[in-house]
Design a protein around this ligand. Structure first.
Ligand code: PEP
Ligand code: MN
Length: 347
């Protein structure tokens, strides 16, 4: 609900509205303008009648926001959110590229891939250490040992690290290592985990559930935002459809639709959305052309022997080619890749 105060309404009237919001177990988010104050009431406002606010002194209008995701919505926050990560911005004009293996498999593997993706133009390193595998008998990840290798890779390359968190109990330990938590597709509606991520101040790369609508995605992101963690990066990673030619179906539409509905950065994962390295570069280009604020892609130095997701992993060479092509597309739509120190001075 948005409560619009009369221009020049005194502070006591604003405070009285905030008191009623809080009495109704909603949280208040006032925006103090030069002349006018608007107060957002966030929570399960569905059960609170707007008439109780309309009756208060100084209130001129109360609007129910038809969109139930208020903090994620552009209606509440018109400008694009831009967050600073280590060495680059996400959500601004630049298009960062996050790359790395599906899973951290060994110290040598992650250090080698980290170096290779850095040289090819990646801005952040991805790598899973807790893996949400379909079978409980598949490799489940190296856990904290893998995080130590990721941290070493960050030290060697300067790339910030993005790692999936699967459980509330992992957050505290992981926070010491990661620059960005990845929330996986399978956990998009794990509301306890979402709430716990809302309590942290570590950015969250939030993946769309494979059967989630855009509205469900934004509602779920609201759990994190309403806890006070504003640093949410949305990620389209393909949805399940009747089509079986690819692992998932890239919902390219989701990119401009999300950009319209929310101020949060929106990135694309062409690896999980296609499931095939042959199509990754084409779909990455399509994503950037459609307005994606970044790309997250799986890269492995030896895809044929990768423990997970080898089929969709690019080699460092094909990744370098993808980066060049994505760069050209970014420039065609008045964006650019992150100017990493590596590129400074290059012809
Ligand atoms: C991953 O990034 O390796 C992964 C498991 O992604 P998703 O949650 O999108 O399937
Ligand atoms: Mn993967």
């Amino acid at each position: 609900m948005m409560i619009i105060m009369r221009p020049g309404a005194p502070r006591e009237q604003i405070d009285a509205v905030i008191a009623v919001i809080e009495k109704n177990h909603l949280s208040s988010h006032p925006i103090f303008g030069m002349e006018q104050t608007i107060i957002g009431a966030v929570g399960d406002g569905h059960y609170v009648a707007k008439e109780i606010f309309e009756a208060l002194p100084g209130v001129i209008e109360v609007q129910r926001i038809s969109k139930p995701y208020k903090l994620a919505s552009r209606q509440f926050h018109e400008q694009d959110s831009v967050f600073q990560l280590d060495g680059f911005n996400v959500g601004g004009n630049e298009v960062p590229i996050i790359a790395g293996p599906c899973s951290v498999e060994s110290r040598e593997q992650i250090l080698e891939i980290a170096q290779a993706v850095k040289e090819a133009g990646a801005n952040a390193l991805r790598g899973g250490v807790f893996k949400p595998r379909t079978s409980p008998y598949s490799f489940q990840g190296l856990g904290e040992e893998g995080l130590e290798y990721m941290a070493e890779a960050r030290e060697q390359t300067g790339l910030p690290i993005v790692v999936e968190v699967m459980a509330v109990s992992q957050i505290k330990m992981m926070e010491k290592y990661v620059d960005v938590f990845q929330l996986g597709a399978r956990n998009m509606q794990n509301f306890n985990l979402l709430r716990a991520l809302g309590e942290t101040r570590t950015p969250v790369l939030f993946k769309r559930g494979m059967s989630a609508t855009i509205e469900e995605m934004l509602m779920a992101s609201e759990y994190i935002l309403s806890g006070g963690n504003n640093h949410v990066i949305l990620c389209e990673r393909g949805i399940r459809t009747f089509e079986t030619a690819t692992r998932n179906t890239t919902d390219i539409n989701a990119i401009p639709v999300l950009k319209k509905l929310t101020h949060l950065p929106v990135i694309l994962d062409p690896s999980h959305s296609t499931g095939d390295s042959e199509f990754v570069s084409a779909v990455a280009r399509a994503g950037v052309a459609a307005g994606a604020d970044g790309i997250i892609v799986e890269v492995h130095h030896d895809p044929a022997h990768a423990i997970s997701d080898g089929k969709q992993s690019l080699t460092p060479e094909s990744f370098a080619k993808m980066v060049k092509q994505v760069k050209a597309v970014a420039e065609a739509v008045d964006r650019k890749l992150v100017e990493s120190p590596l590129h400074v001075g290059e012809g």
